[in-house]
Structures are given as C-alpha cells and as structure tokens.
Design a protein around this ligand. Structure first.
Ligand SMILES: Cc1ncc(C[n+]2csc(CCOP(=O)(O)OP(=O)(O)O)c2C)c(N)n1
Length: 310
C-alpha cells in the first residue's frame, strides 16, 4: 500500500510537469493528499471487482491496477493509452482492471456502479462495485436515488465519499445539510461509516468490512473518508477560498508520511526499505514518462473508432 501511494503521488507530480509544458491538454484535477482513500479501498478489492471514478481519477485508476505506462500515455493523449488517447486525464477507463470509467459529470458515476452491482447480483457472481465521489456529489439527486435502490435491492455496492471539504470553491459545511456525510446513510437504512481518509490502514479495514458485507448479500455501505486535496480544485486554481494555515495543517497529516512513520515506528519496515521503494517508483515514473513521450499520437483514421454515435 505504501508503494501504491508513493506511485500515485509521483505520477501526479510528473503529470504537473507535463501539464506545465503543455503536453496534457484540457483541465487536470489532482488527487495529491487523498491517496490513502483509493489505495485503502482498492486493496480490499479483487481484480474482477468494479470501480467507478470521478474527474479526480488518476489515483483510482492506478490503485485498481492499471498499467502505469498506459495511464501516463492516456494523460498525454497517445494511441498507447488505456483509452487510446480518447479519454485523457478526466475520462480514463480500463475494463481489464474493472475500472468502468472516470466521469466529468459530478455524481454521474454513482448509478453506473449501482448498475454494475445489479449485473453482478443478476449473474450470480460475487463481484462488488465501488463508486468513488466527492462531498459535493452527495447533494445530487442521483446519489440519493442510487443509495435507495441499492439499499432496497441489497446490491453489492460500496459508496465511497472522499470528503475533501470543498466542492470547487464551496466549503462542504456551507453546502451540505449534515456535518457528517455518513449520516446520510440513515435515510436508506444502511451502515454509514466515518474513517480517517489519511490513514490507509483505517480505510483498508473499513473497506474490507464493507466489501465482505456486500459479497455476503447484505447490501451497500456508505463510507465517508475525511481527507483533503493539497492542490487546488484543478491545476491552476488560485485557491483563494482556503487559508495557507489550513493547508499547512493538512500537509502535516500527509497520508504517505503518516504511513511511513507507522511502518518504521512499529518496526514493520526499515527506513532503507522505504527509500528503496521510492527509488523503484522513480524508475517506474521515468519509464512511464519515456513510454508516453515516445508513443505515437492517435491517427485521424482512429477518430470514429470505439465511439458510439447515432
Ligand atoms: C452535474 C455537474 N454539476 C456541476 C459540475 C461542475 N463541477 C465540476 S467539479 C465540481 C465540484 C465537485 O466537488 P466534489 O464532488 O466534492 O468533488 P471534489 O472535486 O472535491 O473531488 C463541480 C460542481 C459538473 N462537472 N457536473
């Protein structure tokens, strides 16, 4: 889990460089600071379980196991990307790892996860579906409709709210009628669990319980992970709506540093082993960057391939 969190962090730091050089087109929403959520949840899943991601989806994609080369190539819009360059930063999907796609429309992935869970129940497999979404998404009607349907049909789905305190510039405390989003589960008679989203072990444990419940046919869980994004809403956001002090306090609770302290403090890993992990990740990032930079652009003939039109 430590390696996966470092991989996501370094991947995005490299993506910032590419974005600044104009090599990543469009907008880019970074996950830095929230890595423990994707990694903790995805480590509780099997490869054939499903996830549905958000506009902030690089972390979910890597945590679920998409090849890092193909992920980097996708960000650069290359033909070797996991969506052949047509998804880009905000719309990555990878069916090989059960990633049904990132989604630029807030909350729109949630019913997709419910549909995947219904399909799993219908087919009699014990696959679980996870919907990742932000605090802002929980004010959308489709979130409530999805929770209700999943609850009455006891679907194997895990609703994971990444509460990073803001929806673009709007503080959740001014926009959400409850203090804890997990409380919204009460309206649907399902468990609502709050977890420290910067503690990957806590996220993992809570996710394991919710996944076991879903696989056993007992239905959905709403898991609220309290966390924070270190970067702005999008790359280039001036962040005038939050204080430097707030950011400093959250950076002190950095999920990667937190786990490093635990691992070394409890004698689970030596500092040198963690340094070795960082070196391995650096090599993987360098290789992925070279792969993406050297990959061909999609050809004009590919424009109408793999797209649906009527
Ligand atoms: C249906 C819809 N409404 C508005 C937007 C514009 N929008 C993009 S991101 C965002 C905020 C999302 O906040 P949250 O769900 O908390 O996710 P976070 O960005 O904090 O990860 C909004 C309102 C959108 N993309 N889709």
């Amino acid at each position: 889990m430590y390696e996966d969190m470092v991989k996501i962090r370094r991947f995005e730091e490299k993506a910032i460089e590419f974005f600044t050089q104009g090599l990543i087109r469009g907008s880019m929403h970074l996950y830095i600071g929230e890595e423990a959520v994707a990694v903790g949840v995805c480590h509780a899943l099997r490869q054939d379980d499903y996830i549905v991601s958000t506009h902030r989806g690089h972390g979910h994609c890597l945590a679920k196991g998409t090849d890092i080369n193909r992920t980097m190539a996708e960000l650069l819009g290359k033909a070797t990307g996991c969506c052949k360059g047509k998804g880009g930063s905000m719309h990555i999907a990878d069916l090989d790892t059960g990633n049904l796609g990132a989604n630029g429309i807030v909350a729109a992935g949630i019913p997709v996860a419910v549909g995947a869970a219904l399909s799993s129940q219908y087919r009699g497999t014990d696959q679980v579906a996870v919907a990742f979404f932000g605090d802002g998404a929980t004010n959308q009607g489709v979130f409530h409709e999805s929770m209700n349907l999943a609850a009455i049909w006891r679907l194997p789905v895990l609703f994971v709210c990444e509460n990073n305190l803001y929806g673009i510039t709007v503080p959740a405390k001014e926009a959400v009628a409850v203090t804890d989003i997990a409380d919204r589960a009460k309206a649907y008679n399902i468990p609502g669990v709050i977890v420290d989203g910067n503690d990957v072990r806590a996220v993992y444990q809570a996710a394991c319980q919710a996944v076991a419940r879903a696989r056993a046919g007992a239905g959905p869980t709403l898991l609220e992970c309290k966390t924070y994004r270190h970067e702005g809403h999008y790359k280039g956001d001036p962040c005038v709506y939050r204080s430097d002090e707030e950011l400093r306090q959250w950076k002190e609770r950095d999920p990667i540093q937190h786990l490093a302290k635990v691992l070394v403090g409890e004698g689970i890993a030596a500092q040198t082993e963690l340094e070795q992990i960082h070196r391995q990740v650096e090599q993987a990032i360098a290789a992925a960057s070279a792969f993406a930079l050297e990959s061909p652009e999609p050809s004009p003939e590919d424009l109408l391939q793999d797209v649906f039109a009527s």
